[in-house]
Design a protein around this ligand. Sequence first.
Ligand SMILES: Nc1ncnc2c1ncn2[C@@H]1O[C@H](COP(=O)(O)OP(=O)(O)OP(=O)(O)O)[C@@H](O)[C@H]1O
Length: 279
Amino acid sequence: VSCLHDYEHWLRMHSCKMREQFSNPPSRNPNILGYRLEKLLGRGSFGVVFLAVARETKESYAIKVFNKHRVHNACSAYSIIRERNMLAVLHHPFIIRLVDSFQCSQNLYVVTDFMECGCLHDHLRLKKTFRYEEVKFMAAMLNGWLKISDMGISYALQDASCFITDPKAVGTIGYIAPIIMRKPYNFAVDWYSLGVIIFELLVGIGPECYRRERCPEAKQFEVVFPPEINAVCVDLVRRLLMRNPSFRLGNLRTKVHEVRHHPFFRDVDFIGLLNRTVQ
Ligand SMILES: Nc1ncnc2c1ncn2[C@@H]1O[C@H](COP(=O)(O)OP(=O)(O)OP(=O)(O)O)[C@@H](O)[C@H]1O
Protein backbone atom coordinates (compact mmCIF):
# COMPACT_ATOMS: atom_id res chain seq x y z
CA VAL A 1 0.00 0.00 0.00
CA SER A 2 1.49 3.30 -0.99
CA CYS A 3 0.62 6.95 -1.30
CA LEU A 4 -1.93 7.92 -3.93
CA HIS A 5 0.53 10.28 -5.60
CA ASP A 6 2.38 7.20 -6.83
CA TYR A 7 -0.70 6.46 -8.87
CA GLU A 8 0.04 9.38 -11.16
CA HIS A 9 3.32 7.69 -11.97
CA TRP A 10 1.61 4.30 -12.35
CA LEU A 11 -0.91 5.89 -14.66
CA ARG A 12 1.72 7.42 -16.90
CA MET A 13 3.52 4.11 -17.10
CA HIS A 14 0.46 2.00 -17.76
CA SER A 15 -2.08 4.19 -19.47
CA CYS A 16 -1.56 2.47 -22.82
CA LYS A 17 -1.97 -0.98 -21.31
CA MET A 18 -5.09 -0.30 -19.30
CA ARG A 19 -7.89 -2.74 -20.06
CA GLU A 20 -11.40 -2.79 -18.69
CA GLN A 21 -11.65 -5.74 -16.36
CA PHE A 22 -12.72 -6.31 -12.81
CA SER A 23 -10.54 -8.37 -10.56
CA ASN A 24 -10.58 -9.05 -6.83
CA PRO A 25 -13.70 -7.16 -5.81
CA PRO A 26 -12.83 -5.42 -2.54
CA SER A 27 -15.84 -7.00 -0.80
CA ARG A 28 -13.85 -10.29 -0.73
CA ASN A 29 -11.19 -8.56 1.34
CA PRO A 30 -13.02 -6.79 4.15
CA ASN A 31 -9.85 -5.65 5.92
CA ILE A 32 -8.05 -2.75 4.35
CA LEU A 33 -5.13 -1.11 6.08
CA GLY A 34 -6.70 -0.49 9.47
CA TYR A 35 -10.31 -0.34 8.28
CA ARG A 36 -12.98 -2.98 8.32
CA LEU A 37 -15.49 -2.75 5.49
CA GLU A 38 -18.98 -2.98 6.95
CA LYS A 39 -21.40 -2.54 4.07
CA LEU A 40 -21.82 -1.16 0.58
CA LEU A 41 -23.12 2.42 0.65
CA GLY A 42 -23.41 3.03 -3.06
CA ARG A 43 -21.84 2.98 -6.48
CA GLY A 44 -20.51 5.91 -8.47
CA SER A 45 -19.35 6.21 -12.05
CA PHE A 46 -15.84 5.03 -11.27
CA GLY A 47 -15.96 3.15 -7.99
CA VAL A 48 -17.87 1.71 -5.08
CA VAL A 49 -18.35 3.30 -1.67
CA PHE A 50 -18.26 1.31 1.57
CA LEU A 51 -19.01 2.13 5.16
CA ALA A 52 -15.78 1.31 6.98
CA VAL A 53 -14.86 1.27 10.64
CA ALA A 54 -11.33 2.17 11.75
CA ARG A 55 -10.07 -0.81 13.74
CA GLU A 56 -8.24 1.33 16.28
CA THR A 57 -10.69 4.16 16.98
CA LYS A 58 -13.93 2.40 15.96
CA GLU A 59 -14.88 5.60 14.07
CA SER A 60 -17.02 5.21 10.95
CA TYR A 61 -15.82 6.45 7.58
CA ALA A 62 -16.75 6.15 3.92
CA ILE A 63 -14.14 4.46 1.71
CA LYS A 64 -14.31 4.95 -2.02
CA VAL A 65 -12.66 2.05 -3.79
CA PHE A 66 -11.57 2.45 -7.39
CA ASN A 67 -10.38 -0.62 -9.24
CA LYS A 68 -7.35 0.43 -11.27
CA HIS A 69 -8.30 -1.71 -14.24
CA ARG A 70 -11.74 -0.17 -14.35
CA VAL A 71 -10.23 3.28 -14.37
CA HIS A 72 -9.66 2.65 -18.00
CA ASN A 73 -9.01 6.07 -19.37
CA ALA A 74 -6.80 8.93 -18.31
CA CYS A 75 -9.78 11.25 -17.98
CA SER A 76 -11.44 9.24 -15.20
CA ALA A 77 -8.09 8.59 -13.51
CA TYR A 78 -7.31 12.28 -13.36
CA SER A 79 -10.80 12.96 -12.06
CA ILE A 80 -10.05 10.65 -9.11
CA ILE A 81 -6.68 12.26 -8.51
CA ARG A 82 -8.22 15.70 -8.81
CA GLU A 83 -10.93 14.79 -6.29
CA ARG A 84 -8.36 13.48 -3.83
CA ASN A 85 -6.04 16.46 -4.25
CA MET A 86 -8.86 18.97 -4.02
CA LEU A 87 -10.17 17.42 -0.79
CA ALA A 88 -6.64 17.36 0.63
CA VAL A 89 -6.38 21.15 0.48
CA LEU A 90 -9.98 22.03 1.35
CA HIS A 91 -10.46 22.29 5.10
CA HIS A 92 -13.93 23.62 5.70
CA PRO A 93 -16.79 22.51 7.93
CA PHE A 94 -19.12 22.49 4.92
CA ILE A 95 -16.96 20.29 2.78
CA ILE A 96 -16.47 16.59 3.27
CA ARG A 97 -13.12 15.80 4.94
CA LEU A 98 -10.41 13.67 3.38
CA VAL A 99 -9.20 11.32 6.09
CA ASP A 100 -6.78 9.11 4.20
CA SER A 101 -5.86 7.89 0.73
CA PHE A 102 -3.77 4.91 -0.31
CA GLN A 103 -3.49 2.21 -2.92
CA CYS A 104 -2.68 -1.45 -3.36
CA SER A 105 -1.83 -3.21 -6.60
CA GLN A 106 -5.50 -3.44 -7.65
CA ASN A 107 -7.28 -0.49 -6.09
CA LEU A 108 -7.15 3.12 -5.06
CA TYR A 109 -8.78 4.01 -1.75
CA VAL A 110 -10.08 7.40 -0.69
CA VAL A 111 -11.31 7.64 2.91
CA THR A 112 -13.64 10.49 3.86
CA ASP A 113 -16.16 11.42 6.54
CA PHE A 114 -19.15 9.12 6.61
CA MET A 115 -22.37 11.03 5.92
CA GLU A 116 -24.95 9.11 7.90
CA CYS A 117 -27.90 10.47 5.95
CA GLY A 118 -26.45 9.60 2.55
CA CYS A 119 -26.63 11.89 -0.42
CA LEU A 120 -29.29 14.51 -1.16
CA HIS A 121 -30.03 13.05 -4.55
CA ASP A 122 -30.94 9.67 -3.03
CA HIS A 123 -33.42 11.45 -0.73
CA LEU A 124 -34.92 13.30 -3.66
CA ARG A 125 -35.35 10.03 -5.53
CA LEU A 126 -37.30 8.59 -2.60
CA LYS A 127 -39.31 11.68 -1.64
CA LYS A 128 -39.90 12.99 -5.21
CA THR A 129 -40.18 16.62 -4.02
CA PHE A 130 -39.45 18.71 -0.91
CA ARG A 131 -41.61 21.36 0.76
CA TYR A 132 -40.82 25.07 0.32
CA GLU A 133 -39.46 25.45 3.88
CA GLU A 134 -37.31 22.35 3.52
CA VAL A 135 -35.87 23.63 0.25
CA LYS A 136 -35.13 27.01 1.79
CA PHE A 137 -33.29 25.31 4.64
CA MET A 138 -31.30 23.11 2.30
CA ALA A 139 -30.48 25.91 -0.12
CA ALA A 140 -29.29 28.07 2.79
CA MET A 141 -27.28 25.17 4.11
CA LEU A 142 -25.98 23.92 0.78
CA ASN A 143 -22.60 24.37 2.26
CA GLY A 144 -23.51 23.69 5.86
CA TRP A 145 -25.69 20.96 7.22
CA LEU A 146 -25.33 19.52 3.80
CA LYS A 147 -21.71 18.85 3.00
CA ILE A 148 -20.22 19.21 -0.44
CA SER A 149 -18.47 16.11 -1.69
CA ASP A 150 -17.42 14.71 -5.03
CA MET A 151 -14.71 17.07 -6.25
CA GLY A 152 -13.80 15.01 -9.31
CA ILE A 153 -14.99 17.71 -11.66
CA SER A 154 -14.08 20.81 -9.71
CA TYR A 155 -11.80 23.74 -10.39
CA ALA A 156 -10.00 25.79 -7.76
CA LEU A 157 -10.16 29.57 -8.16
CA GLN A 158 -7.92 31.88 -6.15
CA ASP A 159 -10.73 34.36 -5.58
CA ALA A 160 -14.07 35.55 -6.93
CA SER A 161 -12.48 37.71 -9.62
CA CYS A 162 -10.72 34.75 -11.30
CA PHE A 163 -11.83 33.13 -14.53
CA ILE A 164 -11.35 29.58 -15.76
CA THR A 165 -9.70 29.58 -19.15
CA ASP A 166 -9.47 25.81 -19.63
CA PRO A 167 -11.35 25.20 -22.89
CA LYS A 168 -12.91 22.01 -21.53
CA ALA A 169 -16.11 22.72 -19.64
CA VAL A 170 -16.62 20.22 -16.81
CA GLY A 171 -19.86 19.48 -15.02
CA THR A 172 -22.90 17.25 -14.93
CA ILE A 173 -25.33 17.59 -17.80
CA GLY A 174 -28.52 19.16 -16.56
CA TYR A 175 -26.71 21.12 -13.82
CA ILE A 176 -23.92 22.81 -15.74
CA ALA A 177 -24.43 26.43 -16.72
CA PRO A 178 -24.53 27.36 -20.39
CA ILE A 179 -20.93 28.14 -21.25
CA ILE A 180 -19.72 29.43 -24.55
CA MET A 181 -17.02 26.99 -25.53
CA ARG A 182 -13.54 28.46 -25.45
CA LYS A 183 -14.75 31.54 -23.52
CA PRO A 184 -13.48 31.99 -19.95
CA TYR A 185 -16.05 31.49 -17.18
CA ASN A 186 -16.08 32.13 -13.46
CA PHE A 187 -17.74 31.00 -10.23
CA ALA A 188 -21.13 32.30 -11.50
CA VAL A 189 -21.53 28.80 -13.00
CA ASP A 190 -22.04 27.51 -9.45
CA TRP A 191 -24.96 29.88 -8.87
CA TYR A 192 -26.62 28.52 -12.01
CA SER A 193 -26.24 24.98 -10.62
CA LEU A 194 -27.78 26.12 -7.31
CA GLY A 195 -30.79 27.36 -9.31
CA VAL A 196 -31.11 23.95 -10.96
CA ILE A 197 -30.91 22.17 -7.59
CA ILE A 198 -33.55 24.41 -5.95
CA PHE A 199 -35.86 23.87 -8.93
CA GLU A 200 -35.32 20.12 -8.82
CA LEU A 201 -35.91 19.87 -5.06
CA LEU A 202 -39.23 21.68 -5.43
CA VAL A 203 -40.50 20.18 -8.66
CA GLY A 204 -38.88 16.74 -8.62
CA ILE A 205 -37.15 17.07 -11.99
CA GLY A 206 -34.71 19.55 -13.44
CA PRO A 207 -35.67 22.78 -15.24
CA GLU A 208 -34.50 21.49 -18.64
CA CYS A 209 -37.81 19.58 -18.80
CA TYR A 210 -39.71 22.84 -18.27
CA ARG A 211 -38.15 24.91 -21.00
CA ARG A 212 -40.19 26.80 -23.55
CA GLU A 213 -38.85 28.36 -26.70
CA ARG A 214 -38.91 32.12 -26.34
CA CYS A 215 -37.10 33.19 -29.44
CA PRO A 216 -36.64 30.26 -31.89
CA GLU A 217 -34.42 32.30 -34.21
CA ALA A 218 -31.93 33.01 -31.46
CA LYS A 219 -32.43 29.53 -29.98
CA GLN A 220 -33.44 31.16 -26.69
CA PHE A 221 -35.42 29.31 -24.08
CA GLU A 222 -37.03 30.22 -20.82
CA VAL A 223 -38.00 28.04 -17.90
CA VAL A 224 -41.72 27.70 -17.23
CA PHE A 225 -42.43 27.29 -13.53
CA PRO A 226 -45.29 25.07 -12.35
CA PRO A 227 -48.01 27.37 -10.94
CA GLU A 228 -47.72 25.99 -7.40
CA ILE A 229 -44.18 27.35 -6.97
CA ASN A 230 -44.06 30.36 -4.70
CA ALA A 231 -43.39 33.68 -6.52
CA VAL A 232 -40.39 34.59 -4.36
CA CYS A 233 -38.82 31.25 -5.14
CA VAL A 234 -39.58 31.65 -8.85
CA ASP A 235 -37.80 35.00 -8.77
CA LEU A 236 -34.74 33.52 -7.06
CA VAL A 237 -34.46 30.57 -9.42
CA ARG A 238 -35.10 32.69 -12.52
CA ARG A 239 -32.25 35.03 -11.52
CA LEU A 240 -29.93 32.12 -10.78
CA LEU A 241 -30.72 30.50 -14.12
CA MET A 242 -29.89 33.59 -16.19
CA ARG A 243 -28.05 32.37 -19.28
CA ASN A 244 -25.83 35.43 -19.34
CA PRO A 245 -23.57 35.24 -16.26
CA SER A 246 -23.30 39.03 -16.15
CA PHE A 247 -26.97 39.24 -15.21
CA ARG A 248 -27.02 36.16 -13.01
CA LEU A 249 -27.69 36.60 -9.30
CA GLY A 250 -24.50 36.03 -7.37
CA ASN A 251 -22.29 37.57 -10.01
CA LEU A 252 -20.43 40.56 -8.61
CA ARG A 253 -21.63 42.75 -11.47
CA THR A 254 -25.34 42.34 -10.71
CA LYS A 255 -26.99 44.86 -8.43
CA VAL A 256 -28.04 42.36 -5.80
CA HIS A 257 -24.85 40.37 -5.80
CA GLU A 258 -25.41 38.46 -2.60
CA VAL A 259 -27.62 35.46 -3.19
CA ARG A 260 -28.35 35.22 0.50
CA HIS A 261 -29.82 38.75 0.50
CA HIS A 262 -32.59 37.60 -1.81
CA PRO A 263 -36.06 37.73 -0.15
CA PHE A 264 -36.27 33.92 -0.42
CA PHE A 265 -33.73 33.75 2.43
CA ARG A 266 -35.23 36.66 4.40
CA ASP A 267 -35.83 34.74 7.65
CA VAL A 268 -32.69 32.60 7.47
CA ASP A 269 -30.11 33.26 10.19
CA PHE A 270 -26.98 32.31 8.22
CA ILE A 271 -24.55 33.24 10.99
CA GLY A 272 -26.52 31.30 13.62
CA LEU A 273 -26.72 28.24 11.39
CA LEU A 274 -23.04 28.47 10.58
CA ASN A 275 -22.10 28.63 14.26
CA ARG A 276 -24.30 25.67 15.07
CA THR A 277 -22.78 23.73 12.19
CA VAL A 278 -19.22 24.43 13.23
CA GLN A 279 -19.79 23.48 16.90
N1 LIG B 1 -19.14 10.08 2.42
C1 LIG B 1 -20.22 9.33 2.21
N2 LIG B 1 -21.03 9.00 3.23
C2 LIG B 1 -22.14 8.23 3.01
N3 LIG B 1 -22.51 7.78 1.79
C3 LIG B 1 -21.73 8.08 0.75
C4 LIG B 1 -20.55 8.87 0.89
N4 LIG B 1 -19.98 9.03 -0.33
C5 LIG B 1 -20.77 8.36 -1.19
N5 LIG B 1 -21.82 7.79 -0.56
C6 LIG B 1 -22.87 6.97 -1.19
O1 LIG B 1 -22.30 6.28 -2.29
C7 LIG B 1 -22.95 6.67 -3.52
C8 LIG B 1 -21.92 6.77 -4.64
O2 LIG B 1 -21.07 7.87 -4.34
P1 LIG B 1 -20.01 8.45 -5.38
O3 LIG B 1 -19.50 9.74 -4.83
O4 LIG B 1 -19.02 7.40 -5.70
O5 LIG B 1 -20.79 8.61 -6.70
P2 LIG B 1 -21.88 9.66 -7.17
O6 LIG B 1 -21.55 11.01 -6.64
O7 LIG B 1 -23.24 9.14 -6.81
O8 LIG B 1 -21.70 9.56 -8.72
P3 LIG B 1 -20.43 9.99 -9.62
O9 LIG B 1 -19.37 8.99 -9.39
O10 LIG B 1 -20.99 9.93 -10.99
O11 LIG B 1 -20.02 11.37 -9.20
C9 LIG B 1 -23.66 7.98 -3.20
O12 LIG B 1 -24.79 8.12 -4.01
C10 LIG B 1 -24.01 7.83 -1.73
O13 LIG B 1 -25.23 7.11 -1.58
